[in-house]
Design a protein around this ligand. Structure first.
Ligand code: BES
Ligand code: ZN
Length: 430
């Protein structure tokens, strides 16, 4: 049965001394103890967990692949609203069911900004750029004026962009501010040139009234260096809105309607990227925790959600939160989100003081901080007042690229073990 080499490793591990985390060591024989948190009024109760053999999956570092990550990556880029997501969600439903859970698909819809081909034509050459999400569509022809600096209001005082297309460098201030300053100065269009190699996938937090196009550093360098003699250029933003149907996968044991813990990770990826680390890695950790918990009473306190539409702006998690009752959200002691946990050695957990304290007790090697930020699905829960914990391992070179093809399975195992300790503590909290 199975791979004989793997079986040998398991046998070796069964005889080895199981690794014991600081929290587990501390709990042995300690019973229930209350710890007062520094700078926090409410003590956290830490309780002895039900005893069962420890599975040392943290030591399965020898494995070179993770079956769940492989299965998801093999499907190709998992872009929300595409047929690939029917296959990916089907795979996840099946895996949760195999682990003993009731798994369903929660559909939701949102409108997506789609760039249908946006360009800048200058001196007879047409450059293909990226419309900033939220930029208005249209074609404008006018003088092309390089604005010194990054497009602060004072930068526009040094040049005349009235009736012209303004070229500014990316960075330092938000895209929306650059565009507003250009429009205030009378520009009819804006070109933003990347300040580093590659393309820009920019988002305007307020829809613009003028077309805005991003160019790569390579494409735009010459435009910024252009001598003061103005050149005429044509800027075209050709974008539209499409209604997307996303599919969250929601799993829990039959009859569990009010969990204390919700574990989540997004399973969609950006166009063109296989999304191994972002975020088949987090999805695989949620599945691994579900399989492990299935044999414990903690499973009766837990829900698991694989979110869709994250890359388009946290749509799946927002839809889940919007569909949940206030009582359901109030009953959650923690939402644990896993996003990009398969590359980089250092595991990080950001979130509420109570939850990061549990992480430090579970594993002193995980770095913690109080600010979970807004870059992933936990933010939708934090906005609804749910305490959150964001597990990740920071940025890496293959982020959002076609090269995001592999993860290190031992890093998933390590994340799973640390998070499991936290989940079990939350599940037995009063
Ligand atoms: N996986 C990222 C978030 C992330 C970034 C996790 C760096 C760990 C390290 C996520 O899928 C993403 O790309 N988020 C967007 C914002 C979101 C609101 C669309 C981002 O960070 O730009
Ligand atoms: Zn991403």
């Amino acid at each position: 049965m199975g791979d004989p080499a793997l079986k040998t490793i398991e046998q070796i591990q069964e005889n080895a001394i199981a690794p014991v985390s600081a929290l587990r060591r501390w709990l042995v024989g300690a019973g229930a103890v209350a710890i007062g948190l520094v700078g926090c009024n409410q003590p956290i109760e830490l309780r002895a967990q039900e005893q069962r053999p420890f599975t040392p999956s943290r030591h399965l570092a020898q494995r070179s692949t993770n079956a769940d990550v492989d299965a998801l990556v093999k499907l190709g880029p998992r872009v929300a609203g595409t047929p690939v997501m029917e296959q990916a969600s089907g795979y996840l439903v099946e895996e949760f069911r195999k682990a003993g859970y009731v798994a369903t698909i929660q559909p939701f819809t949102y409108t997506k900004y789609v760039d249908q081909g946006s360009t800048l034509t200058v001196s007879g050459a047409t450059l293909k750029g990226q419309a900033l999400r939220g930029a208005s569509s249209g074609t404008q022809t006018g003088r092309l004026i390089a604005v010194p600096g990054v497009g602060r209001a004072q930068d526009f005082a040094t040049v005349t962009v009235k009736g012209a297309i303004a070229v500014v460098l990316r960075g330092e201030i938000p895209f929306t501010e650059k565009v507003q300053n250009a429009a205030d100065a009378g520009a009819i269009g804006v070109v933003i040139v990347n300040n580093q190699a590659g393309n820009v996938a920019g988002v305007l937090t307020r829809e613009s009234t003028i077309p805005v196009l991003a160019l790569s550093q390579e494409q735009g360098k010459a435009l910024l260096e252009r001598s003061p003699q103005p050149t005429t250029a044509t800027l075209t933003v050709n974008a539209g809105r499409r209604t997307i149907t996303g599919r969250n996968v929601v799993a829990h044991l039959a009859g569990v309607t009010q969990p204390k813990v919700l574990l989540g990770g997004h399973y969609d990826s950006v166009a063109g990227s296989p999304g191994a680390n972002d975020n088949a890695s987090g999805t695989a950790v949620v599945l691994a925790i579900a399989r492990d918990l299935a044999r414990t009473t903690a499973a009766r306190q837990t829900w698991f959600v694989a979110f869709d539409g994250e890359e388009d702006g946290l749509h799946g998690s927002r839809a889940f939160v919007q569909s949940a009752s206030p009582a359901f959200l109030k009953g959650l002691k923690g939402m644990l989100n896993f996003d990009m946990v398969g590359v980089n050695d250092q595991l990080r957990a950001n979130g509420s003081a109570e939850l990061t304290q549990l992480v430090r007790l579970a594993d002193s090697n995980t770095t913690t901080s109080g600010n979970a930020g807004g870059s992933s699905d936990h933010a939708s829960f934090a906005a609804a007042g749910v305490p959150v914990l964001f597990f990740h391992r920071g940025l890496e070179p293959n982020y959002h690229s076609p090269n995001d093809k592999t993860i290190r399975p031992n890093l998933l195992d390590e994340t799973t073990q640390t998070a499991l300790e936290v989940v079990k503590q939350l599940a037995i909290a009063p």
